[in-house]
Design a protein around this ligand. Structure first.
Ligand code: GLN
Length: 309
């Protein structure tokens, strides 16, 4: 009999077999990889492949740190532990819940953030710019930084870690998101320099900032219509931005100059909407960034670039 002629099992049957027949932690990781590959789930919320995803979920179900998995791979698991693992993996597969929501945590710039369905899962390629201290764009250490549309607070808090003297404001329109950002401020112990403010775009801003950084909603209507199911667990408010994805970015560009110091810099992610933005503002010298770890559609502008807008 050819492999293709073997009867295929339902996920329910696979679950029962895994609980009955498998033994080790590594067995469960291997099983999870097979099931996730078979189901064709989407990766890109925290991990980009089924192996890392499986390690994350299996270790979470066992209450073990994912980054120490190697010392326990051969350990046998109890039946109850196997049951817990298969339930979690099936939640990932059947409901398409992104892994960071299942484990309540996502890593960004080497820091662990609390996340849940009130905020987008941190994944912005702006992480690389933060790690490089926004070089060569920032001429001085920034004193005041704004993270606009902060969500979990990941970008602004990572900036606060990078620039240890800076005061950082995290702005978001969503009270739900701000509650999560506030948790992250406490968790990462930056409450002396970082505050979260409810604000419709720049409404709560005051004074001038050396750095305005933002990963705003920018998904256009076409992309919204064909997002993988995983994205539907994220707040739509954090993703959608009108027909061409530029509803918020247009307002940001028109107001940013007066909030920037003369050497100030604005850094914004617009993802797939970057061609539409470049076409809408041919007069602006957007510096589109390249990333070692993937991602696209992030521009840098200097304050002076916005002078004649
Ligand atoms: N700033 C957050 C992030 O980068 C949230 C972005 C958003 O909600 N659009 O993950």
């Amino acid at each position: 009999m050819r492999v293709s002629e073997l009867p295929s099992l339902s996920l329910q049957q696979h679950k029962l077999q895994a609980v009955d027949e498998l033994l080790s932690l590594q067995d469960m990781v291997r099983w999870a990889v097979s099931r996730m590959a078979e189901a064709g789930i989407y990766f890109g919320h925290g991990t980009d492949n089924p192996v890392d995803e499986a390690v994350l979920l299996v270790t979470h179900a066992l209450g073990l740190p994912w980054n120490q998995v190697d010392q326990w791979r051969d350990c046998r698991l109890t039946r109850q532990e196997r049951e817990r693992i298969v339930e979690l993996i099936c939640c990932r597969i059947e409901q398409r819940v992104p892994a960071p929501y299942l484990v309540g945590e996502a890593w960004f710039c080497g820091l662990p953030y609390v996340v849940d369905e009130r905020v987008l899962i941190p994944r912005s390629p702006i992480a690389e710019l933060i790690e490089n201290g926004f070089q060569p764009w920032l001429q001085h250490e920034p004193k005041r930084i704004m993270d606009l549309c902060t969500g979990s607070g990941c970008i602004g808090i990572a900036c606060a870690m990078q620039f240890e003297q800076a005061e950082v404001e995290l702005l978001d329109i969503s009270f739900d998101a701000l509650a999560v950002a506030e948790e992250n401020i406490q968790r990462l112990q930056v409450e002396d320099r970082v505050i979260a403010l409810q604000s419709d775009l720049f409404a709560a801003a005051s004074g001038k900032y050396d750095l305005i950084v933002s990963n705003p909603p920018y998904v256009d209507a076409d992309d919204m219509a064909c997002l993988p199911d995983e994205f539907h667990h994220e707040p739509e408010l954090a993703l959608a931005a009108g027909d061409d994805g530029l509803d918020l970015v247009r307002i940001m560009l028109s107001q940013a100059r007066e909030l920037l110091t003369d050497n100030g810099v604005v850094v914004v992610e617009v993802g797939n909407s970057w061609p539409a933005l470049a076409e809408a503002y041919p007069q602006l010298p957007f510096q589109w960034q390249e990333f070692e770890r993937g991602g696209h559609g992030v521009f840098v502008l200097n304050a002076a670039d916005l002078d004649n807008l």
